[in-house]
Ligand binder design. Structure first.
Ligand code: TRP
Length: 440
């Protein structure tokens, strides 16, 4: 449940629809599902395995398994990746908090798509408001880590996640009753292969990593806490299935509404925030529906930010342990929160356009953090982790850990080894070079 809580987040509900919208809808969905099965699943298993086998979080895991420091650099890159993701993830979490308060005051009542878009742009250019909501998200996450109430949050999300799913099913039902909803469904489910470019494949791969929380070592930590008898293969299949279900459900909610309301599906990060309030307004008990949905979305976001920040906090504690200034957990939480707040401030400043040097190459830091993490850091970290497990660890340990059922155990392990040895590294390199336009 905790791993699912980390995976299901804004990546599914906010990011998936807009990336799918920008990359051709149906064709993207198809490539995305293939990516989840071919790369997502084995890499989920890889990270959980590294964690479970070593019993350590990212800083200790590689050196424990290899008994030397040669892979230590990877833990540093993972930690940096976490910081970069947090630099923009907290900004989006802040947007969710803002929309939660807007739901309470029913501020978006009666607005059409054009005024909702204006409202969103107003929010993004309002520096103090953006900063307050994003800092609130950082502080909430820091508080969970400070008071060590992860377990409580996990128990809470056991109730709230199913509730989010039910709410999303209800919204999907309402959206499908809109006039013209079939155009959106066609856009999302009918693959137009002329839209399939190398960039679409790279976007799908990056989205798959982001959504499943792969490629920064977050799941190594979860693997380390996994009970002995729990099966890595089954857990990975369940998490990948649930995460993809939520993403597809988000697509079924967003796209019919996008076309019914006359919004551009390639709108970008603002897409869901322009469409969701209008959908919620059309639900029965619209005021309560809005409050319920945005509170659930906020909680889904926080269960993900907890997993992001946890990695960096644990890293800071462990790295400093052997220095002259060891940081205890509380000091690490403070240090990491301040660092994240600086990054978030830079990100928001860049989005409001001042100072102008924070806009680099025509793109805001928000875009840079987002693209760099999903399309560069996470695939490369995942590439390294696949090589690590595939080529540098003893094979029998893997067979032992991957499954608890004796019959299929060796079969799964054999397939798995081939996939992480060859398929995953080669495919990541090919997609990566192709997508970046360096090859072909
Ligand atoms: N997967 C989360 C989402 O979909 C985001 C996330 C949480 C994440 N922890 C992560 C992404 C670790 C990469 C790595 O919203």
């Amino acid at each position: 449940m905790a791993t699912a809580g980390s995976a299901v987040g804004l990546g599914n509900i906010w990011k998936f629809p807009y990336i799918a919208g920008q990359n051709g809808g149906g064709a993207f969905l198809l490539v995305y599902i293939i990516c989840v099965i071919l790369f997502g699943l084995p890499l989920l298993m890889t990270e959980l395995y590294i964690g479970k086998q070593s019993g350590k979080s990212v800083y200790g895991a590689f050196r424990t398994l290899r008994k030397n420091n040669r892979w230590q650099w990877l833990s540093w890159v993972c930690m940096l990746t976490g910081l970069v993701i947090m630099g923009f993830y907290f900004v989006v979490t802040g947007w969710c908090f803002h929309y939660f308060t807007a739901a309470i005051t029913h501020a978006y009542k009666g607005m059409d798509s054009a005024s909702l878009l204006d409202h969103f742009h107003g929010l993004v250019s309002d520096f103090p408001t953006m900063l307050s909501y994003s800092f609130l998200a950082v502080l909430l996450t820091a508080a969970v880590l400070w008071f060590d109430v992860n377990k409580g949050i996990e128990r809470l999300s056991k109730i709230l996640m199913p509730l989010l799913l039910i709410m999303m099913f209800l919204m999907a039902g309402r959206v499908l009753m809109l006039d013209g909803s079939n155009i959106g469904i066609q856009f999302f489910f009918q693959a137009d292969f002329s839209k399939l470019t190398p960039q679409v494949v790279l976007a799908a791969l990056g989205q798959c990593f982001f959504s499943l929380s792969i490629g920064m070592g977050a799941l190594i930590t979860y693997g380390a806490y996994m009970p002995k008898e729990q099966d890595i293969t089954i857990t990975s299949v369940q998490v990948a299935f649930l995460d993809t279900l939520v993403a597809i459900l988000a697509g079924i909610i967003i796209f019919p509404a996008v076309f019914a309301f006359g919004v551009n599906p390639a709108e970008g990060p603002e897409l869901v925030f322009v469409v969701l309030p209008e959908i919620l307004e059309k639900m029965s008990f619209s005021w309560l529906s809005g409050i319920l949905f945005f509170s659930l979305l906020g909680i889904a976001a926080i269960t993900s930010t907890i997993s992001l920040m946890e990695v960096v906090v644990a890293f800071a504690t462990e790295v400093s342990a052997h220095t002259r200034h060891p940081l205890n957990r509380h000091k690490s939480v403070i240090l990491v929160s301040i660092t994240v707040m600086v990054m978030v401030t830079a990100c928001i400043s860049s989005m409001t356009g001042s100072p102008s040097w924070l806009i680099i190459g025509g793109h805001t830091l928000f875009d840079w953090f987002d693209k760099l993490s999903s399309c560069v850091f996470m695939p490369l970290n995942a590439f390294a982790m696949a090589l690590f497990v595939g080529w540098f660890l003893p094979k029998d340990g893997i067979a032992h850990q991957l499954g608890n059922q004796p019959g299929i155990k060796t079969y799964i392990a054999d397939c798995y080894i081939q996939i992480v040895r060859f398929l995953v590294p080669l495919a990541i390199i090919a997609i990566f070079l192709n997508g970046l336009g360096l090859w072909k």
